[in-house]
Design a protein around this ligand. Sequence first.
Ligand SMILES: [Mn+2]
Length: 314
Amino acid sequence: MNLYEIARFIEAHDNYEILTHVYPDGDTLGSGFALCMALQQIGKNARVITTNIPSKFLYLLKGVKQQTFNAETIISTDIAADSLLGSNMSKYIGKVDICIDHHGSNTFNAKHKFVDKYAAANCEIVYKLLLRLNVKITEEIADCLYTGISTDTGCFRYTNTTAETMRIAASLMDLGCNTAYINKVMFETKSKEKIQLEHAVYDTIEYCANGKCAIIYTTLSMLERLNIGDDEMEGLASIPRQIDGVLIGITMREKEGGFFKISVRTNDNINASDFCSRFNGGGHPAAAGCTIEGDLKTVKNKLIKAAEEFLWTE
Ligand SMILES: [Mn+2]
């Protein structure tokens, strides 16, 4: 379906549940809540299904009405694969009517899909969809969309940023979006615990592949010692890629249940999504992820081996 057809489908249906991905980020939450407010504005029932929203994102809910209804139509936002629904949303697998996403690696099961891999953020697609639904983009909706666009582009610094990204962000500013507030909360403000965590993480840096790959990690015991929650973890993944000469920057985060969540960020056209596909993950060309089971040493050695093979065969 093209975006026009998606808009007509949405107008013809009602009682929406909007799904966001596990470990929700600014783009999936911004997309979900913007779409929810838009659907409510055009007279539909809608709610967002999500878990563990980091507290810094709670402003996104500002204009959202709580509604009770029996769900009929399911839309997913920014979800590239069934596994990204997480265990508590697995009941939705195979039941999604419309998938809206911007991951070129998308394999998600849905009746209808709109995937634009050139969109820097899923929120860019949602912005265009709302125009086709003749929704009035309120200040609250603009805040949601800007949050997704700014976070997925690292505040317009990453290579996925296009002129179109800038134009959409500029339109959102015209509509009253609180860019200065959002930029500060997303990119400047850090808790004292976060500073301590970064301090600890810098101590874990390890290089391989002749310095072309850098790995950092967090463990559950580190998080416990520093008394820090999952919502402070965002942004760590950009650290190893900042190092001069590093082509693959890997961040390992230990999770409950004996596995690590891996974030990969790359430089110089090294394909992060291809790298993560070796571990059944995926994502974007410069930012991707996967999960690997095992203890710290085992998982790290697997990543080092994979990185060396990957870089020597490029
Ligand atoms: Mn995204």
